[in-house]
Design a protein around this ligand. Structure first.
Ligand code: HEM
Length: 223
């Protein structure tokens, strides 16, 4: 690790390091073929249901590990909030997009690898916080626009997009500001901050792998 990086890391707030450290990965996720097609309204119901089925596995792990870790780990406790939990919303959406689907039957190497990595964060709350940030802050940011686009393209009238609605968080902006303030108040040394930023990059990579898995099936997902 370079001396310069350590210096920057000592000075900069953790939330800024997490954002800057994953900027390139964020652009890659935004420009993935699956996301691009989805947001252009060119993915059918099966494609979106397959995405939700993968997210279900991810959030099941995020939310069960989060509840356990937050009870004992100060870093996990700083980010964990039941108001963010998405599992029930995903199940409600799946009932619209793929009624009666067997959620356990989905086979996804990308989702399984993602879940394994989330399970491994039980070792240290800093790693968990990296995964928590990558998903929930994204859901509270670009996710809001994604929900509106889906609603418009599929003429859903608000059905099937609960995933993007945070009933207990009516204003994402102040919530995100508070979230970043809690991250920045953590007492972490530079090596710990660097480890967290690296795990954010890993988390983005795992999302990218999910998109690539779905992108390889775009022929099945044509409208
Ligand atoms: C086409 C897809 C996407 C679009 C259009 C998008 C758009 C955005 C926008 C506009 C913001 C900034 C919001 C703000 O300043 O408050 C943002 C933030 C964020 N996005 Fe995305 N995003 C996309 C995909 C993703 C994905 C796949 C992830 C990760 C799984 C992600 C994670 C994040 C995170 C963590 C932030 C918060 C950055 C920070 O302020 O620290 N985004 N996104």
């Amino acid at each position: 690790m370079s001396a310069q990086l350590v210096d920057e890391t000592t000075e900069a707030p953790l939330s800024a390091l997490m954002r800057e450290g994953s900027r390139a990965e964020h652009t890659a996720a935004e420009t993935s073929s699956f996301m691009g097609e989805l947001l252009a309204g060119r993915v059918n119901e099966q494609g979106y249901a397959d995405y939700l089925l993968r997210l279900r596995k991810v959030y099941l792990a995020l939310e069960s590990v989060g509840r356990d870790l937050a009870a004992t780990d100060a870093i996990a406790a700083a980010v964990h909030d039941v108001a963010l939990e998405r599992l029930a919303a995903i199940d409600a959406d799946l009932a619209v997009w793929a009624p009666g689907v067997d959620t356990d039957a989905v086979e996804s190497a990308a989702a399984d690898a993602y879940v394994a990595r989330i399970e491994a964060t039980r070792a240290w709350g800093g790693l968990y916080a990296a995964h928590h940030y990558t998903r929930y802050l994204g859901d509270l940011s670009g996710g809001q626009a994604i929900g509106r686009l889906l609603d418009r393209f599929f003429e859903l009238g608000g059905d099937g997009v609960d995933f993007y609605e945070f009933a207990e968080i009516p204003k994402p902006k102040p919530y995100k500001d508070g979230y970043r303030a809690r991250l920045d108040a953590l007492d972490l040394d530079p090596a710990e901050k660097i480890r967290i930023v690296e795990e954010v990059r890993v988390a983005f990579g795992l999302n990218q792998a999910l998109f690539e898995e779905l992108g390889a099936r775009l022929d099945d997902y044509r409208l």
